[in-house]
Design a protein. Sequence first.
Length: 425
Amino acid sequence: MSRLRFSPLKLTAGLLLVAALGIASVYWLNVRGEQPVSDALPTGAASAEQVNRGAYLAKVGNCAACHTARGGQAYAGGKALSTPFGLVYAGNLTRDDETGLGRWSADHFWRALHHGRARDGRLLYPAFPYTEYTHITREDSDALYAFLRTVPAVSQANQAHDLRFPYKTQAALAVWRALYFSPGAHVSEQEKSAEWNRGAYLVRGLGHCAACHAPRNFMGATQNNLGLDGGLMPMQNWYAPSLASSAEAGVQGWSTKEVVDLLKTGVSAKGTAIGPMAEVVYASTQHWSESDLKAMATFLRELPEHTPARQPDTRVTSTVRELGAKLYKAQCAECHGDSGEGRAGAYSPLAQHRTVTQASSANLIKIIVHGGFAPTTEGNPRPYGMPPFGQSLNDTEIAALASYVRSAWGNKASGVTPFDVSRVR
């Protein structure tokens, strides 16, 4: 039998062909669906109705939260966004010609939202959540664009991202997008009500709820097949609980009013917004229209129930429980009650509270360490807050306190270790 032989030249040619095909595939996946864009700028002022609509949509999308630096001018960018791959700096959205969107046409803006591409053709990093914004309609994109052109120009150069190699390269970003991003569009489900479809549009698009409430893989991509099943927020160590599990943040058993109250005021009969969600309520959802709040509530209440995450196998020893009980009596019982019953309208109950009993103890630890503060809203102008204990309690004490609370008064959650506290705090 003759032996097959491959010459170095043929092997090299084969490898080059495979590489060329790979590059061509990545290129095609990054430009699919894109249409030619016009550089033409508006020749006249937008209508007041469109600008007002855009201003409202900017609140819905909470655009200022990322594009306004602390102490900086509104929408002028410069805020550093921490990611597992380095820092991404938010861009200048004001109408400045040199550093902002002054020379961007409506087509350029739409392409950025829908395809994640800048005016000069650069690929944008998904810290700007075009992975969700791709579902925004062209009408809403144009309204946002009209509003941003009314924002006073601020000359503030965009800061270069501080990302590690190879993540800082356009080539690596192109590969990531080829794997994890495809342009989309909101498609109404005919068997659902108009209110449900509006809620789906808000949650999946401009509200970009999946940016926090969907789990991410090791490359930072949301795992859409798992829906809104919750996940640890990168670099913040807050856990965005599952919106599809009533054991976490699912509202399938809530009334529409209870959901609307939480989104509008930060408090309701069933819970309180704390941590990153409090910031969302303060800057965004409290400004939503009543109809949009009800639409979101309708959609969230009808999410299919998913099995909650499995509890870790960490048992609470008698020694830990004794220390936790002592700390609870000294630090917590005055407000939350001897039996974790809380005080209606002021202090949350801890018995059977989902933040206490869910599989992830991250949020309970964060609240003990940093305190818990509901947002100040028109409907709740003087919210009660919980002071931080991170300076007075060490990791072992916080672990014991959290373990006690998670196992007392009928709570049946796993224990918390000092390592858990160290990792979260």
